[in-house]
Design a protein around this ligand. Sequence first.
Ligand SMILES: *Cc1c(COP(=O)(O)O)cnc(C)c1O
Length: 314
Amino acid sequence: MNIAFFDDSLKSPVESVQFQTNDNRSLSFQIKRDDLIDFSISGNKWRKLKFNFKEFESGKYKAIASFGGAFSNHIAALAFAGQRAEIKTVGFIRTHQIDLNNPTLKMAEQCGMTLVPVSRDQYRLRHRPEFLSALSQQYPDCYFVPEGGSNALAEMGVAELAQEIQTVSNISHIALPFGSGGTTRGLARALPNHQIFATAVVNDEELIEQVKSEFDNVTINQKHLCGGYGRVTPELSQFCIEFFHQTGIPIEPIYSGKLLHSVCYGNEYDTQHLDKTLVIHTGGLQGLKGLLYRNIIEYSDWQPVLQHLGFTEA
Ligand SMILES: *Cc1c(COP(=O)(O)O)cnc(C)c1O
């Protein structure tokens, strides 16, 4: 086991962005490039896994297990981190069959992750204590991290992001995507004097209401879902490509694309706010491979972004 690399990461850079919208507005804001922390253990998944891996140091466990969809950034990050840390990992994947042509699962397998298919019906039970205790009997010695990596230890990692944010001057607003809400919760708790603008990428009304009621500095915007989790409209895809073209910053349509679309085109952000807004690039660019694999995006349209990232067509 070797998890020291989690302590060696550099602070992610903050960059100034200028973007010209279709309707000729010139926007400028700052973006924190958590996507650059590490290419494989990307963005907020690095933050969320760090202290979960440290928990493993207690010596009570032999492997780290978690849950995710077949193209999950969390599963990809866990698999890479496990390989680098020389810790066994197990991924319970929501799918009827493990498809090793799927680029995310192929990488996870190559990293040594044990992949276990879980039916949709079973998967729905993943947060239930009786399901988890049955699994931990089948997989004794496993340390279980919830789907998306969101738990109390994840928030400790997000608190480190918050510390870095506090060193950026003239920032009163933070914008980030909202999936399982772990990153939003961690930032809202650690930065009570900042306004947190989260763009929902998952249509989970109950969770959204829950988080809104927990914090008075959190606003969750549900207007940029584009039809639901993982849905990509041609306009959204075009926006991501245009954003890269103008800024040189690669984004993908599932998380950062919906976030930046809301920042650039949502009228929740007036110029006043934007000047004082720090946008968090939470990473997740490996997800582009899965979108290509499913023909949700076209290689020819996305070529500049994909080449920048070193992703080839096959
Ligand atoms: C997982 C993920 C998120 C969602 O973060 P939560 O803490 O689950 O809300 C956001 N962005 C990217 C790129 C992700 O991979």
